[in-house]
Every structure is written in structure tokens, then in C-alpha cells.
Design a protein around this ligand. Structure first.
Ligand SMILES: [Zn+2]
Length: 226
């Protein structure tokens, strides 16, 4: 396919269409040369610059603390999952009960950030696995979702990263994840579609079989409002 226009137009289009380029988060080689504190300092200066450029008065009491607040929030919170040191430690257990059926952890709250607009992605993840002898604590699945969500993301990549990590931790391909999320870049700007949400799915191993996948999707649709 031949595309017209400059390289910049090309990347602008990729971003607007929310196309992901790889299953790895594109990081620079020097991503972790600076300490968190050094990053906060630098981002603080840059956010200040953005706000000044927009014409805001940073002497105002309400705005004064914003650059530092945003810098800390970027490094420690919403993009905290970029740092491999923050990956949840994977404590696994033997499957003592010999439970051989599927385990589903549904409605995991998901807060992430669209990497094309740096606007929130808010939704739910549903994760399932079939044990091959190893199990994880239930909250571990929430933590893994949260860790990969705390990066600039595209939903497809986030979905794949969650599944790959759980496959590694559990030592089995039989892992699945469905994500249903709203992208504020779609809901609040551009096309401004409040109602739409985006659903993605990644099925590994046995979950590629129609019946197993169907069972998983039925569990997700179960009414479990207690
Ligand atoms: Zn976006």
C-alpha cells in the first residue's frame, strides 16, 4: 500500500487509528539510566514549559504545584509499570487440590493510558487459566494487570503482555484475557463517542478450542453482582 504525505503524517495516522507496532513496549536502551528522582526533576521542567507555552500563570497558587505533581504521577504512578523492578514478584504454589478446571478472575479494574494521546483508558480485564500443577494467588492476577496497565499502552499490546506474563509465571500456555475498556481519546475528543468501548482478547493453548473459550466467555457473562 502506498501512502502519501510525510513520515510525520504517517505516524500521526498510526496514532489516530490506534495501531500497535509490537508486543514489547518500545523502550530506549537508556530507559533506566536516570533515577526516578532525576526523571521527576526533568519532567517537572518540561511540564512547566508546556504550561507556560499555553499561557498559564504558574505563580497562581492553584497551578504552582502542578508540574511537580504531574512529574511524580508520571514516574511513580501512571507510568510506574515501565520499570522492571516494579514487576510483581511471582510467588506460585503447587496445585494441592488437583483442581483441573479453569479459574477465572473477572472484572479486574483497569486504568491505563493511551500511548497515542496520553489520555486514560478505563475498563475491566477478565483473566483465566487452567493449571498445569502451579497456581498463583488471586491478587497476583490483579497485580500483573495493573503493572502492565501502568505504561503508555495500546489495548492489544496490554492484552498480550498480560497473557505472556501469566503463561511464564504459571508454566502453561493455557491462559486467556479479555479486556473491555473505554478510551477517553475516543470518548472525550476526536469523534466524541461516549458510549463505545473496545474489546480485545488473547487466547493461549486450550483457550483456542471453541468449547473452552465458550466456557470462559460464559463465566465472564455470569451475573455475579452480590
Ligand atoms: Zn488515543
Amino acid at each position: 500500500m502506498k501512502t502519501e504525505g510525510t513520515l510525520e503524517d504517517h505516524f500521526e495516522q498510526i496514532g489516530e487509528d490506534h495501531i500497535s507496532s509490537s508486543e514489547e513496549t518500545p523502550l530506549r536502551k537508556d530507559a533506566f539510566v536516570l533515577s526516578d528522582e532525576e526523571k521527576i526533576e526533568r519532567i517537572n521542567t518540561n511540564v512547566k514549559e508546556i504550561m507556560l507555552t499555553l499561557g498559564l500563570n504558574l505563580d497562581d497558587d492553584s497551578l504552582k504545584g502542578t508540574p511537580n505533581r504531574v512529574a511524580k504521577m508520571f514516574v511513580k504512578e501512571i507510568f510506574g509499570g515501565l520499570h522492571p523492578d516494579r514487576k510483581p514478584k511471582s510467588s506460585t504454589f503447587d496445585n494441592k487440590y488437583k483442581y483441573g478446571e479453569m479459574l477465572v478472575e473477572k472484572n479486574i479494574t483497569l486504568y491505563s493510558t493511551c500511548e497515542h494521546h496520553l489520555l486514560p483508558i478505563v475498563g475491566r480485564a477478565h483473566v483465566a487459566y487452567i493449571s498445569k500443577g502451579t497456581v498463583v494467588g488471586l491478587s497476583k492476577m490483579n497485580r500483573i494487570v495493573d503493572y502492565f496497565a501502568k505504561r503508555p499502552q495500546v489495548q492489544e499490546r496490554l492484552n498480550i503482555q498480560i497473557v505472556r506474563e501469566l503463561q511464564k509465571v504459571l508454566g502453561t500456555d493455557d491462559v486467556a484475557c479479555v479486556i473491555d475498556a473505554k478510551h477517553l481519546c475516543v470518548n472525550s475528543r476526536g469523534i466524541r463517542d461516549i458510549e463505545s468501548s473496545t474489546v480485545t482478547a488473547e487466547y493461549g493453548g486450550k483457550f483456542k478450542e471453541e468449547a473452552v473459550r465458550r466456557e470462559f466467555l460464559n463465566f465472564i457473562n455470569l451475573d455475579t453482582t452480590f
